[in-house]
Write a protein that binds this ligand. Structure first.
Ligand SMILES: Cc1cc2nc3c(=O)[nH]c(=O)nc-3n(C[C@H](O)[C@H](O)[C@H](O)COP(=O)(O)OP(=O)(O)OC[C@H]3O[C@@H](n4cnc5c(N)ncnc54)[C@H](O)[C@@H]3O)c2cc1C
Length: 406
């Protein structure tokens, strides 16, 4: 097993570390405090190619592999979790989906701009009744006058990251809401389309400044040219996007966890009690050792999942990476808080921000419970289960794992 990075991966990692240290880190607290989308920083990230890392070069992107991408996101998240999520939504959920499933016209219209950061993308899957149960789409794409190539969209999307600054959104809607699979279909819609309205701004605990908003669709008219992929395949397309997105969130969580470890190490050396640095006490050493070990293990699993982006094993592997990395980051932030004690608990301390940011990684792009369901469905010998049991596993995974028998 070769664990060395390629020259291209190492070059990308170094560039991301430099951008994170010099440009992102000085703004991280301000972004968090104001909760404002960091427009200037994202423009700069676009100029450096960070908004289109995984977009093919022929469409203006960097054409990087997922290992390099994950390393870059980890480095950026170590400075600001918010900036890393903005990049990951644009790269994994929007640009990659267009590159893979979009028409030539959609690619020509959007990919160069998304990769350059002159257009930002958003991914609108979640609804009030469709979070973990994402297939339960109540946004409806109704054929106009019975036509099969023009639709009118009505509904509401919630928690749409990047929405505040986005120029286009991938919107998922049910073409046949009465059918069992609802015929969920993906549409790529410019944010200035008539009837598409940004509404409530999410005032969130962490990853503040993500530009998270609700979107209301009131008679938004689209045509077949706005459709991404076939009618009824939208849910599978969303899951494909989320496979990559979860690797990205695992990398983001790692960055947050490592930042917590950085803070804890500095404090352990500096803070003295009873005439000795607290790092001299075994109780503190053990917490630091657990943090370092868990984060290192999570990184290995994340990079393994990243290397499998194009394989059919990705769904379970990405879920494992996200589960492990987000929970490791949560524990690392918690231990850092314990090591810093009152200095960490103070509002405005870096550890306080990391503690809040880490928590989100266990929720978005599928909760930890959802990841466990996906992992279970990917390892259960489903062929041996009866039809009804298979259907239950598949339905409860909520994540469109196909029945291997039918
Ligand atoms: C900061 C932030 C940014 C986000 N960005 C986006 C975005 O850009 N685009 C987008 O589409 N969405 C986005 N989301 C939404 C996110 O994906 C959902 O919040 C997430 O999938 C969980 O859905 P929910 O909040 O409705 O929880 P629910 O689905 O209501 O779940 C509630 C609880 O029940 C558990 N649960 C549910 N079903 C099961 C089951 N079958 N078995 C066991 N436990 C279960 C869950 O794990 C959870 O603990 C974002 C959310 C946040 C917080």
């Amino acid at each position: 097993m070769d664990l060395d990075l390629t020259a291209q991966q190492e070059t990308l990692r170094r560039a991301a570390v430099q951008f994170a240290r010099e440009r992102v880190a000085p703004w991280a607290d301000v972004i968090d405090e104001r909760g404002e989308f960091p427009v200037d920083l994202i423009e700069e990230a676009g100029r450096l190619g960070l908004m289109g890392l995984t977009t093919p070069q022929e469409w203006g992107g960097g054409g990087h592999d997922y290992v390099g991408y994950a390393l870059a996101l980890e480095a950026i998240a170590r400075a600001s979790a918010t900036v890393a999520v903005i990049l990951s939504v644009n790269n994994s959920l929007v640009a990659e989906t267009i590159a893979r499933f979009g028409s030539r016209a959609q690619k020509a219209r959007w990919l160069h701009r998304l990769a350059a950061g002159s257009a930002i993308g958003a991914f609108a899957l979640s609804e009030e009744h469709a979070g973990t149960d994402a297939q339960n789409q109540r946004t409806v794409a109704a054929p106009i006058d019975g036509s099969s190539d023009r639709y009118r969209l009505n509904g509401k999307k919630v928690w749409v990251a990047n929405a505040e600054a986005a120029k286009a959104a991938l919107v998922f809607a049910a073409v046949a809401p009465a059918e069992r699979d609802r015929q969920v279909t993906a549409f790529l819609i410019p944010m200035d389309a008539p009837g598409l309205v940004r509404t409530a701004h999410a005032d969130s605990l962490g990853v503040r400044g993500l530009g998270c908003m609700d979107l209301e669709l009131d008679d938004v008219e689209v045509t077949d040219e706005d459709r991404v992929g076939p009618v009824g395949e939208g849910f599978q397309i969303a899951l494909w996007a989320l496979d990559g997105g979860r690797v990205a969130i695992a990398a983001q969580a790692l960055g947050v966890g490592l930042a917590a470890l950085d803070e804890a190490l500095v404090h352990a050396k500096r803070r003295q009690t009873f005439g000795r640095p607290i790092g001299a006490y075994q109780a503190i050493q053990f917490m630091l050792a657990d943090m370092a070990t868990e984060l290192d293990a999570a990184r290995l699993v994340t990079l393994k999942a990243a290397s499998l982006r194009d394989s059919d094993r990705i769904r379970g592997e990405a879920a494992m990476a996200k589960l492990l990395a987000s929970e490791a980051a949560h524990r690392a932030a918690d231990k850092a808080m314990q090591i810093l004690a009152s200095a960490g608990y103070r509002r405005g301390s870096k550890v306080e921000r990391l503690f809040r940011d880490a928590r989100a990684t266990e929720i978005y792009q599928g909760t930890s419970e959802a990841q466990r369901l996906v992992i279970a469905a990917s390892i259960l010998p489903m062929e041996k289960l009866g039809r009804r049991r298979r259907e239950t596993v598949i339905r409860d995974s909520g994540l469109g794992i196909r029945d291997p028998v039918s």
